[in-house]
Design a protein around this ligand. Sequence first.
Ligand SMILES: [Zn+2]
Length: 369
Amino acid sequence: MKRRKVLILCIDAGSHDYLTASTLPTFQKLAESGFYLHANAVIPSVTNVNNVSIATGTFPEVHGITTNYHVDRATGKGEFIEDNRFLLAPTLFEAAKTSKFADKTALFVTKKKLLRMLEAGTDIAVAAEEPPSEYIQMAGPVEPIYSSEINWWLLRAVTETLRRDDPELVYCSTTDWVQHKYAPDAEHSQQHLAVLDQIMSDIVDDNPEREIYITADHGMLAKTTALDPGRVLTEKGIPASAIPIIKDRYIAHHGNLGGAAYVFLKNLADTPEAIQKLLSTPGIEEAYTAEDAAATFRLHRERIGDIFVLADETTVFGELETAVEPTDVRSHGSRHESYVPIIGYNSPWSATDFEYNLDVGRLFLESLR
Ligand SMILES: [Zn+2]
């Protein structure tokens, strides 16, 4: 029996509107001989949460990653999630090794924080932001983190590693600076994806029998209003603060403005009134108690604050000087960016087996048992 090999490519913010606005002959070929389907991303539709969901094949209620920025309930202190101390589930790499599916596993990501979160069980782990020197020889000099080139570099490194090491399981995740800056029909965006498609064609030529999945962690939409849910509540007599779930150190991507937030109340007894006030605020589309949010979105109950809020299509949440202000950013995090494509090629499954992007990981895990 031939050895099964798998490549999962998560295009950061690679939503349907981005893919269809570009000319992508390789992706199209893979979709035509396999499948192309519309799936859900995990809500909150942010990078960490969805990459960890795909790469563990589980929802945040199991893997524990609900945000980019963790607030300790006991101390009130916050910290960026940049390694796997908060990760509660094994990775696909660990499962592939323990089940003897893989002799070699490989993880390729643009940002090193994602590398640290997902690296358990990998034999090869490369962040384009800070690659080992042998990969610079293989794929070229390091590119700036805020560029298209860094994603091209990353996929070239995958191409070369497949040639050299042929790992049975490869997971690759790009970064979404381009989509934060450019709409789907912008030339810059079309070129970004066209080059990824071109590199993908080398990979398919080299590996005609490998299972390939292409999906995304979330979409990306233009936003015109910024809102601080903590300030909204405080001004209405309910002391509260809110953490935008997107909050990370890469401020040039999104200015820490995103479509989902966890609200922390000073007094838990204010919860019902706070939810009412949030829901009557223009720009806020959904507000849930932590219990309801955990059940509805399969989130980890202890890591989502007191109230979970989702923004409407044109609003983002942030930590602001005023309750509401105009803005002009492209961002994600809400339900409106939670729709993603899945392309499957050489897959033993069919399109109807997939409901979420993380099903790529989940079905793989199940097939190891
Ligand atoms: Zn992302």
